[in-house]
Design a binder for this molecule. Structure first.
Ligand SMILES: NC(=O)c1ccc[n+]([C@@H]2O[C@H](COP(=O)([O-])OP(=O)(O)OC[C@H]3O[C@@H](n4cnc5c(N)ncnc54)[C@H](OP(=O)(O)O)[C@@H]3O)[C@@H](O)[C@H]2O)c1
Length: 339
């Protein structure tokens, strides 16, 4: 016998479905379940990525007749035509009787779905499991509301905080397990930011690769920040996702340009000058610090001048994760309020 579920349980299922979608590509991860009048799940759907059907439409495509059904969806149905049509209209056209959602759509263009549904006589119940879904979508919601991508600053340093040796070499500070995790973090990002100094010093490929060196399915766009040009023979010129040369040091401008491209997650791979400028400007949302059990001494610090002159001005962070990767540690942290 089919199981009947409460709206909370249906929303939890929708959240599980949402997590199947990609974190990259600009769109939120959204899940949807359709319930019949007795509360039995009759269809499930989720958003498979930008340019494909939204979760509601994906679920609707799995039923012959949606009249009288309740749609339980993690995000307010969108109300605008992008690469796909508005979900509010699809739900109305399908004859759905009730829409239950968790979180309002913060997008200026796409919001208004609930209002549109109500105006067509569909019952709308907002706010079910709102806290859980808000936490799940935190990065996307923050990026959309602020009109700039979520910025993760990553570096690898020795225990004494050095990011390179006196001769400028930094390969490799950490071991293979840590470096593999960096590739996974690249693959979960829309763009990678590097300073022109790192491009000139290291000629990095900045591709996201698997254990065997193979390219992972999603490749982030490499973005070079700085006034100097990328050399004609740089490895970055062969990056599968293309290359964005900004020609500027203006970080706000760079992030605004990335927002326009629908980029929500940026992974900053240094070097120290760019990372410090981002931290000093208060633009770092998260830190991914790979710490190797080695000492280098000298003056090649992972983070340089931040304009801090006294202890009271220290940037305070809260550690959100500590993980051992081979011989190295990955420390993840976020700024505390006001930092
Ligand atoms: N351990 C690690 O995780 C790691 C990671 C990356 C690099 N590294 C090492 O870091 C070293 C390179 O360091 P770096 O500090 O020269 O590299 P960088 O931060 O990549 O590049 C610095 C350059 O970026 C440009 N730039 C862009 N935005 C800027 C801003 N807002 N303010 C100031 N400058 C800005 C400037 O050049 P323009 O004149 O072109 O504007 C500046 O000289 C290498 O030895 C490399 O191996 C280590």
């Amino acid at each position: 016998m089919a199981e009947t579920v409460s709206y909370d349980a249906a929303m939890r299922r929708a959240l599980d479905l949402a997590a199947r979608g990609p974190v990259t590509g600009g769109n939120p991860q959204v899940g949807c379940v359709l319930l019949d009048a007795s509360g039995t799940v009759v269809a499930e759907g989720w958003h498979h990525g930008a340019g494909t059907a939204h979760a509601e439409v994906d679920a609707l495509s799995r039923v012959a007749d949606a009249r009288g059904l309740t749609a339980v969806v993690t995000l307010e149905p969108c109300n605008h035509t992008g690469r796909t049509g508005p979900c509010s209209e699809a739900l109305i056209a399908a004859g759905v009787e009730r829409v239950v959602y968790a979180v309002s759509d913060p997008g200026h263009e796409s919001a208004g779905g609930a209002e549109r549904l109500r105006s067509a006589g569909v019952e709308v119940i907002p706010g079910v499991l709102a806290d859980e879904v808000t936490a799940f979508l935190h990065i996307w919601l923050t990026a959309v509301a602020r009109h700039r991508p979520w910025v993760t600053v990553k570096w690898a340093s020795t225990l004494d905080g050095r990011a390179a040796a006196a001769d400028g070499t930094s390969r490799w500070i950490t071991g293979t397990a840590a470096r593999q995790r960096v590739h996974e973090q690249r693959a979960a990002s829309d763009a990678i930011l590097v300073g022109s100094g790192t491009v000139l010093a290291d000629d990095p490929a900045l591709t996201a690769r698997g254990d065997g060196g193979e390219l992972l399915p999603h490749q982030p766009l490499p973005v070079v920040v700085g006034e100097r040009a990328v050399p004609a023979d740089a490895a970055l010129r062969h990056h599968p996702a293309g290359l964005l040369e900004t020609g500027t040091r203006d970080l706000e401008r760079v992030l605004a340009a990335l927002d326009v491209r629908g980029i929500r997650r940026v992974y900053v791979e240094g070097g120290p000058t760019l990372a410090s400028a981002i931290v000093a400007a208060g633009l770092a949302d998260e830190y991914a610090v790979y710490l190797a059990p080695a000492l280098l001494g000298g003056d090649r610090l992972a983070i340089g001048e931040l304009g801090i002159t006294t202890m009271a001005e220290a940037r305070r962070l809260v550690i959100t994760g500590v993980e051992q990767l081979g011989d190295d540690l990955l420390v993840t942290a976020r700024p505390t309020e006001g930092n």
